[in-house]
Structure formats: C-alpha cells, structure tokens
Design a protein around this ligand. Sequence first.
Ligand code: GAP
Length: 466
Amino acid sequence: MAGMNENGASLDTIVALAKRRGFIYPGSEIYGGLAGVYDFGPRGIELLNNLKADWWRANVYGKENYFGLDAGMFKNPRVWDASGHTSGFSDPLAECKDCNTRIRVDKELAKIGVTADEKMTEKDLNELFDKHRKDIPCPKCGKKNFTAVRAFNLLVKSNLGDFTAAGSEPVYLPGEACQGIYLDYKNIVDTMQPKIPFGVAQIGKAFRNEISPRNYLFRTREFEQADTQLFIRPNENKDAYEAMKKDRMQWYVSLGIDPSRLRFKQHEHLAFYAKDAWDIEFDFPTLGFDEVEGIHDRSDYDLTQHMKFSGVDLRYTDPMTTEKYVPWILETSMGVGRVFLAVLSNAYTEDELGGEKRVVLKLKPSLAPVKAAVFPLLKNKPQLVDKAREIFKALKKEFGAVEFDDNGNIGKRYRRQDEIGTPFCVTIDFDTLEKGAGVTVRDRDTGKQERVGENDLIKYLSSKLA
Ligand code: GAP
C-alpha cells in the first residue's frame, strides 16, 4: 500500500526508533525545540556520512570530468538578485485571523484538488483563494477566516560586518546550495581547463524560511543538498538529460532501496529557472510518494543572469574552434535529509528470527552506522572481557565505527544492534580462550553464526562489508 513500509510501519514508528537509537534528535530540544531543525545523533551522523560518501563516489570519482567543490555559504547579496531568489523565491501565505496559524495556500488548495501555478502573481493567487476559501478550514482551529494571500520570501536573512549601521544591507543564507557552483564556474574553467561537457559536484547547506516546516526531515528550515551541475553545449540537453535521469534513479536502487518505492514525476509547473523538471520520488511511510531529488534543465538561465549582474564574461571558449557560448546547465539536486529518511524507512523491517519478533534495519553494510559490535559472552569474566576489548580495539582501528557491548544477555545485545542495522556481531566465548577456536560472527539478516579464526577476522569482515 502506498505510504506504508512493507511491514506497515508508520512515520511515527521510524521517528521513535531514530530518537531511541541516537539517529535523529529534535533541534534545541531542552528549550522546547525549534520548528524545522533537527540534529543528527551519533548513529545518524555515521549513516549520513556514509550516504554522502556513497554519493560523492558515484558523482565525482565514478564519472569522468566531474570536479568537487565546497563554496562559502555567505555570498555577495547581488548573487540572490541575479539568481531571482530575492524577487521570485516565495510561497503564498495566509494567516488564520482567529488563531494566527499560517498556511501555505498552494498546499491547502492542492488538498481540495486545485492547482496554484508557481508563476501566479499575488493578485491571481488571491482571486483563486477567494474562490475556494469557503472550502478551506484552518488546520488548527477549523475556522475559515483567513487574511489575504501574500508572497512570503523564503530566503533567510543574516548580517555581516557592522551590526549597528541602520539600513545596512542584509546577506542571505543560501536558499539553494548550487549557486556556489555557478559563482566558481569561471574559476574551475580557468584552473582545471575542463572540456565541455563537464560537471561540478557539491554537498552544501541550504536554508529556507518554510512557512510550515513539517513531516520530520521532509520539510525543514535547514537542510543539506547534494548537487551536480553539468555544463553542456547549447541545445545538447535532450540525450544528456535522459541519461542523467536514468543514472540518478540507478543510484537510489544501488543504495538498496526497493525499486517499487521509487518513481519519476514530471513538474507541471516549473520553478522560475527551469525549462524542464523531473522529481525522483520515494514512497515515504505515512506521507506516500514525495520528492527526494529534483533533476532540472536550467538552460543558460543561471550563467546568463550572473553575467548580466556581475558584468563578467562567463562564456566558454571552445579550445578547438575558439567558438564562444554560454553553457547550458543540467542539474541534479538531492535533499540529503530526505534521502536519509528514505533509506531508514526502506531498511526498517519487523520480522521473526529463531521464533522471536524483532525490529531490524536491513541497511546495505556500507551505509550501516556501526560495522560490527563486539561482545564478551559474560561481563563478569575478566578473561573474556580482556580478550573482547583486545579484539574491539583491533576492529576499531580497522573499521572505525565499531561498538563494544557487555550489557545484558547476548539475545538483548543482538536486538539492540539489529535495531541500528549492525551487519555483524562478534562474540568472544570460552572456546575462543580455551580452545583457540576463534570468535563467533553472527549475520544480522540470517541470524546465522560462523566461527572465524581470530587472525582471519579483519579479512573476513572486510570482504563482507565491501
Ligand atoms: N537547486 C535546485 C533546488 O534547490 P529544489 O527542488 O528546491 O531545487 C532540491 O530542492 C531538493 O532539496 C529537493 O528535491 C528536496 O529533496 C530538498 N529540499 C528542498 N526543500 C527542502 C526542505 N525544506 N527540507 C528538506 N529538504 C528540502
């Protein structure tokens, strides 16, 4: 069923597991939280880093002629004028006059089957809203007493330099991470001498003053985007765009995501910069299919705008023919938090092992936050504990993300590691010590145990974790 994990897990179940097991915490929780901000806990940061490393391998190392970048977040304020964000990056907002709840008018209209075009003016939106107000109740108090619609700009303002100067110009936190790539396009051409087509990849933070941040990691006010921008010759977009869509979908499947929970959706209404746009959607628990990544044909919009506003010639000179042109851009822009949630939801499984019910995250081993856990069979036998600590240290040196656990019976320790998706649990028992019989290695998915010689353990785990 759409919107359900195959085990029927709801989003609340995933949220509870993520909190309980140190993946995701609400931001500023001890102060009552801050809407639309989340923290990645000790297990979350490991999964997040593994996910980003996989993306980097696929999109920088796995491709010819792609370069990595990490641009500064603050930018000259003119950048956001040129990009169109100071004027065109807004959501339509109305406020309930009774309880002050703010609604996104386009989302509330969509709930009753009415589409508000992204390119609509404030006047058009008000006309459309007025026609349907009688059918739109406030999600909080249920009344239908809203203000007029106004375009609410999503850029987050900040300040730099002289904080006291009245009227000093604000700087903006990035509304989309990719602008840094356009600003450094010329530097990359000058220093790396790439031949078109070439790509630039970057993972960077974006900030949006979302009117109603909701649905957990799905719509936050601070998030990361993993972007690629492919610079191509004008009008050579069609085949490259199709190849890009295919390549990106394949990457999600390579993460172990069930293909039946992935689909493409073409945008009916295009953002101000796009000529064509497709989303990759994932079937989230409770929420159903929704966007994890946008793939956009941005034509020459971005470089033309930056050329106009900066006065700098950003045309590319073909090294063979000396022909000059403004490259077109094909973009992939993935929300890292949304994919994190997709990976977690996809991996969440409730099954039965050895007659016992359990929750297990069936994560691809390379994504798992903990690669192996080491247990002494009993915590009150110093010889077992010493040996286990020795093995733990050796594995930690090799794999980094390794945990030691001597708390409770072995069954409970397995359950805890299953819940965070640890692929292997290594137990040190009396046969390890007395017979030199090696350790037992238990496989997360099958529950099967194998004896592995102490000296072969690193090689054994390396081959399975690759
Ligand atoms: N540079 C293009 C761009 O920013 P977008 O469709 O607005 O395009 C790209 O954003 C991706 O960023 C989306 O597919 C989504 O995964 C993620 N994203 C956008 N807004 C978000 C939000 N408020 N919270 C979490 N992720 C978000």
